[in-house]
Design a protein around this ligand. Structure first.
Ligand code: HGY
Ligand code: MN
Ligand code: MN
Ligand code: MN
Length: 407
């Protein structure tokens, strides 16, 4: 089945007819449909299909128990109203690259695996990369059991409702031990390749990044009868903190975003009792990230005090800088056309976006390939990659898999 036809088949799954964006949240109906699509693709190719204890899906060519497998893949879930490419491009390209290898009559000396990691975006339960973190032991079972969505449904309840036994979740070191190399192909979430005029890039690193929850508590009261002087309105300190985040990010050459907010009681005519805002911040280095988050928290405390609000700040997740495996990265560069880093024909670029590859890195030799995104836009229905760039990505991935699995 060609890249184009696989893409066309997956495209409508979990897509909003209103915005064209995706709502493929973990353990929902759309996620189940994506999982069914993955299993169909695996079985249609005669691959050995399995779902692991954490709900990640695997398709194997050859026996993974032989070890030293070359694995590729990504995720199929999305952010709220997300784009079509973030995640799915890596999974569809994996199956298309395997088809290309078969078409070439490639002789593979190592097992080849394709993976769909569950719940990479964390859109429903608030933590990114749940499937890969559980498998890597970067998230404990207790922490996973405490994850709860906006309707108060816990992760285990959601898993159970979707037909996956939550009592099996946990670290899976034996599975990771079978992987000799993991290569994730992903649409670029930025414009570096567009600006350099390249179709494909290789990742050097993932910036340190995290999510912090700011709870501003004030006093609920009547919007129409409460004098300004008598108010303890937490929305004011929240609003000023959002502006402080932009200032701190500019100062540090970093990024900071308050993209999600929850207000209680959330009534047009009620002064809020609680304003809960989530900060997502990322920087090229730890020192800059610390400067941003520290600066935002300091400003938030001053604003809260000035408006008689209380403030709690909770770090909900944090991923330190990921430097991808240098030897594997150089091997990809050699396979794709450059003999050493200096005469690379394929650009090497860092990214502020988190990935399952970032979780596996350090536990398994890991690398990433990026496919050009002409606008750089991502986490939006406008996310796009040209089909000929996607097809070039499939060929590059096939070259990499063949080059790695040949020996
Ligand atoms: O947030 C991220 O960087 C990723 O898309 N989960
Ligand atoms: Mn994403
Ligand atoms: Mn992604
Ligand atoms: Mn090097």
């Amino acid at each position: 089945m060609s890249f184009h036809s696989m893409w066309a088949e997956l495209l409508p799954v979990g897509r909003s007819s209103a915005s064209g964006g995706y709502r493929r949240y973990a353990w929902t109906g759309a996620d189940t449909d994506c999982r069914a699509w993955f299993r169909e693709q695996a079985e249609a190719r005669g691959l050995t299909y399995e779902t692991d204890r954490n709900g990640n899906q695997w398709a194997w060519l050859g026996d993974p128990a032989a070890g030293n497998a070359v694995v590729t893949g990504s995720h199929l879930d999305s952010v709220p109203d997300g784009g079509a490419f973030d995640g799915p491009l890596g999974v569809v390209s994996a199956f298309a690259a395997l088809d290309e290898l078969r078409g070439r009559g490639a002789r593979l000396a190592r097992p080849l695996g394709i993976v769909n990691f569950g719940d990479e975006e964390g859109a429903r339960f608030g933590l990114a990369c749940v499937g890969s973190r559980l498998t890597a032991g970067a998230l404990t079972v207790e922490q996973a059991h405490r994850l709860t969505d906006g309707d108060g449904i816990t992760l285990p309840q959601a898993m159970e409702a979707a037909g996956h036994d939550p009592d099996t979740i946990g670290p899976d070191p034996e599975r990771l031990a079978r992987i000799g190399a993991f290569v994730e192909l992903h649409v670029e979430q930025g414009r570096a390749l567009d600006l350099s005029g390249d179709r494909i890039g290789i990742a050097s690193a993932i910036w340190p990044h995290g999510r912090w929850r700011f709870d501003f508590r004030g006093e609920a009261n009547h919007a129409g009868t409460t004098r300004l002087a008598d108010r303890r309105d937490p929305m004011l300190s929240y609003a000023e903190t959002v502006l402080a985040a932009r200032r701190e990010a500019e100062l540090a050459g970093a990024v900071a975003t308050f993209g999600k907010i929850a207000v209680e009681p959330n009534g047009v005519n009620a002064i809020p009792s609680l304003v809960r805002g989530w900060l997502d911040s990322r920087a090229t280095d730890q020192e800059s990230l610390d400067a941003v988050v520290g600066g935002v928290e300091k400003a938030a405390r001053e604003y809260a005090a000035a408006h008689g609000a209380d403030l709690d700040v909770v770090r909900e997740s944090f991923t330190p800088v990921v430097e991808f495996d240098h030897a594997l990265r150089d091997e990809l560069a050699r396979i794709l056309g450059g003999d050493t880093e200096t005469d690379l024909k394929v650009p090497v670029l860092g990214t502020g976006a988190g990935h399952d590859a970032g979780i596996l890195s350090g536990r398994v030799p890991t690398a990433m390939l990026f496919v050009r995104n002409p606008t750089g836009v991502s986490h939006s229905p406008a996310e796009y990659a040209a089909e000929d760039d996607c097809v070039a990505g499939v060929s590059a991935l096939a070259d990499v898999l063949e080059g790695l699995a040949r020996t």
